[in-house]
Design a protein around this ligand. Structure first.
Ligand code: 8YV
Length: 317
């Protein structure tokens, strides 16, 4: 069976893949172009795509009974793949849930602490040689312990964030989610995003990307947030109306933001990059070797099952 890996995944993942398949490894870091995706559907039995490989309905338009039977996505987010169009073309789509949960929740906590305690701003001050020394009211930020965190999206990652905030920082946890969640510690579901915005000192976005959550967070949400409130996004960039976010930051409607994802990444607007109260990371959510290996092995399990004619463990379409 021929398999295309659309990026150079970790060595151990590639070695494991080569034990089972004839593997082609794409060395470019840039996402596939539409012609490359169409070609891959015709030439390979399975493909391991990832963030940025936009397998839209258009890609499947000309795919009459493609050779490819599975897109085994490397990553939990699969909003770059049109699952319905893939299914219509006879292509299964899978993802890697669980593998990313703790690492992504950890980056959410990193961003919360960096943003609220102005760590990025402080690091830049020292590195620039401009620190004139300590004084009692220098670079005061928000003390998060005991404050209220509002989590939008209470799936695996949202719950892992809630656990860290509750047990690690004694925070009150409120959340907005389609359904109520029963956890082994105290969390409170709010009925509306406005209520969450009004009550939270720190807002955490942990919803899946896709049409249902596109621009879920926009100007009215920022107007409802506390002026001293912070927004953290480790979900997908387009969950937030980035123009409205920049406007809210410039107007002082919110105190700051911590982002690991961007609406048009890797493009990040200069207006956002210029703001000292914007903590900006380059999509580091799962950037640890053991995590990326675990993601890769999960994707391979999905590939193997699908190409053996079985239902893959993490089928999403
Ligand atoms: C991944 C992510 O590392 O898993 C996801 O959906 O957003 C990241 O944490 C990225 O997609 C690369 O696969």
């Amino acid at each position: 069976m021929r398999v295309l890996m659309t990026r150079t995944y970790p060595e151990r993942v590639i070695a494991e893949a080569q034990r089972h398949f004839e593997v082609e490894i794409r060395e470019e870091a840039a996402p596939l172009k539409i012609g490359q995706m169409r070609g891959a559907l015709a030439l390979y039995d399975g493909i391991m795509p990832t963030l940025g490989d936009m397998f839209s309905a258009k890609v499947f338009d000309e795919a009459e009974n493609p050779r490819c039977k599975v897109l085994a996505n490397f990553g939990v987010g699969f909003n770059h793949i049109d699952g319905a169009a893939a299914r219509s073309a006879g292509v299964a789509v899978t993802n890697t849930p669980g593998a990313v949960t703790d690492a992504t929740a950890d980056i959410a906590m990193t961003l919360m602490l960096m943003a609220t305690r102005r760590a990025g701003e402080g690091e830049r001050l020292v590195r620039a040689g401009k620190w004139a020394g300590w004084h009692p009211t220098q670079m005061l930020g928000l003390h998060v312990s005991g404050k209220t965190v509002g989590i939008v999206g209470m799936g695996r990652i949202g719950q892992a964030i809630a656990r860290r905030c509750h047990f690690g920082f004694g925070m009150k946890v409120i959340y907005a989610n389609r359904s109520a969640k029963e956890l082994d510690f105290d969390v409170t579901r709010v009925e509306t995003l406005t209520q969450l915005a009004q009550q939270a000192d720190v807002v955490m976005l942990a919803v899946p990307g896709g049409a249902d959550t596109h621009h879920l967070i926009k100007a009215p949400f920022f107007e409802a947030m506390k002026p001293g409130g912070y927004l953290i996004n480790i979900a997908r960039g387009d969950v937030v109306d980035e123009t409205a976010l920049i406007n809210a930051l410039q107007k002082g409607q919110i105190a700051g933001v911590g982002l690991d994802v961007y609406e048009h990444e890797p493009k990040v607007p200069e207006a956002l990059r210029m703001l000292d109260n914007a903590t900006l990371l380059p999509h580091l959510g799962t950037a640890a070797l053991e995590v990326r290996e675990k993601m890769g092995f999960m994707a391979l399990d999905n590939l193997r099952a699908a190409l053996a004619g079985e239902v893959p463990p993490n089928l999403v379409n």
